[in-house]
Design a protein around this ligand. Structure first.
Ligand SMILES: *Cc1c(COP(=O)(O)O)cnc(C)c1O
Ligand SMILES: [Zn+2]
Length: 411
């Protein structure tokens, strides 16, 4: 049994709860999946004990740790940080007007350390793993999560084994190598990498901690801070709609969880935003399940999309994504890669934003939902641009002439 040095009132973490079987578990012991039923576990807080006001929070440093009462890390000394959080929430009026939703806002996660919102999950997940006594972490990744966890693991002095599909964006390999992670490239999909990592860990001593998506309860706690920030940046209120490119679904479940916690605290009121889960037609298991009225998804065969971060054939937390979408009167949409890349170029031209393909998929989804009448012209819609376009240089064909040293440049 570990004893964690906790700072009084720093975190209101109370216990872990299984969203499938309803059992509760001790949050101060290292848990992966629910020991009773194998479901992902969710962190639950004693929100009644939080006496901090939202005004106090707003005066704190502009990073995600400003929400520390609602995060699982027990004391400030255990925080492993690279300065993550408080990314800009930018109006995108020209792009919005073009797709019929002038009140369009883009939460730009590209500014985070390692270039994607995965830094949020890694900062909180690594900090918590460290204080729970883990020394060796292992995970499969589609690239960005591996890059982020590698950075934070290095910062914390923890060992990290990363299993990554060979097709993942090459920059993420370099990020793992430069931070000293034990990187293994897998000739397959993230699901294959996950299987290989899990079997390598099976029967290993328990200082190994499998930190795959939703296999431990704390990565989602970092990702949920997107929800806190959206509410705070809007002046402690909620938008009408939030549109999220969905792979493992942690970000969407996290935003739902965050906003639910804020409502329970009384920091925001009113209906939750309608949550929209966006996938590519090349890999759309959650959209298919949503349309079929199913509670869970079936594995997608031959998954393939340019939006690599959402190339997840079967998500462990699919049932939670579907629940969040349905509970908020949201929807799920699949869009074609060709349209995603066209909208990526459009956002660049109209707003100066180099979106990642996953982020661009949300633009395409909004365009479609507006055309179908699901979105109104007055809706305030927040898109999540989950990463920086600059980490996927291959998505843009650069076809420009070279001028000789003596010119001329003709206008
Ligand atoms: C991981 C990732 C996603 C999908 O996030 P989930 O929370 O796992 O659904 C979307 N976009 C980018 C850029 C990613 O790296
Ligand atoms: Zn359970």
């Amino acid at each position: 049994m570990l004893s964690i040095e906790s700072a009084a009132g720093w975190s209101a973490l109370d216990h872990l709860e299984c969203p499938r079987c309803g059992r509760t578990h001790d949050a101060f012991v290292r848990h992966g999946l629910c020991p009773a039923c194998g479901s992902p576990l969710l962190a639950r807080y004693d929100l009644g004990a939080v006496t901090t006001t939202r005004e106090q929070v707003s005066r704190r440093a502009p990073d995600l740790w400003r929400y520390h009462e609602l995060l699982p890390v027990s004391a400030p000394e255990h925080v492993v940080t690279l300065g993550e959080g408080m990314t800009p929430l930018l109006p995108a009026p020209r792009l919005g007007a073009e797709i019929g939703v002038p009140g369009l806002l883009v939460k730009d996660e590209g500014a985070l350390p390692t270039g994607s919102f995965k830094a949020r999950g890694a900062a909180v997940g690594v900090s918590r793993a460290l204080e729970l006594g883990a020394t060796r972490l292992a995970m499969p990744t589609n690239g960005n999560a591996g890059a982020a966890w590698a950075a934070y693991a290095a910062r914390a002095g923890l060992h990290l084994l990363v299993g990554m599909p060979v097709g993942a964006p090459t920059i993420t390999r370099a990020e793992c190598v430069v931070t000293g992670a034990d990187l293994r490239l897998v000739d397959g999909l993230i699901s294959d990498a996950g299987r290989l990592v899990a079997s390598a860990l099976a029967g290993s001593p328990d200082d190994w901690f499998d930190v795959a998506t939703l296999k431990e309860p704390y990565r989602i706690e970092g990702k949920k801070t997107m929800g806190f920030e959206i509410a705070e940046q809007l002046g402690w209120r909620m938008p009408d709609v939030v549109v999220y490119p969905t792979g493992g679904g942690v970000g969407l479940i996290g935003i739902y969880k965050a906003l639910t916690e804020l409502v329970e605290l009384g920091w925001v009121s009113g209906p939750l935003p309608r949550l929209v889960s966006v996938q590519s037609t090349g890999c759309a298991p959650i959209v298919r399940a949503f349309e079929a009225g199913a509670a869970e998804s079936e594995p997608w065969e031959d998954a393939m999309t340019a939006a690599f971060g959402i190339n997840v054939p079967k998500a462990l937390g699919d049932f939670l994504v579907l629940e969040a979408v349905r509970a908020t009167d949201g929807t799920a949409v699949a869009v074609d890669d060709e349209d995603i890349l066209a909208d990526l170029a459009l956002a660049g031209r109209l707003e100066g934003m180099f979106l990642c393909p996953e982020g661009a998929a949300t633009v395409t989804a909004v365009r479609r939902l507006r055309r179908d009448g699901w979105l109104g012209a007055d809706d305030e819609v927040v898109l999540l641009n989950t990463g920086a376009g600059v980490i996927y240089p291959g998505t843009v064909a650069v076809d420009v002439p070279t001028v000789g040293r003596d010119g001329p440049i003709r206008l």
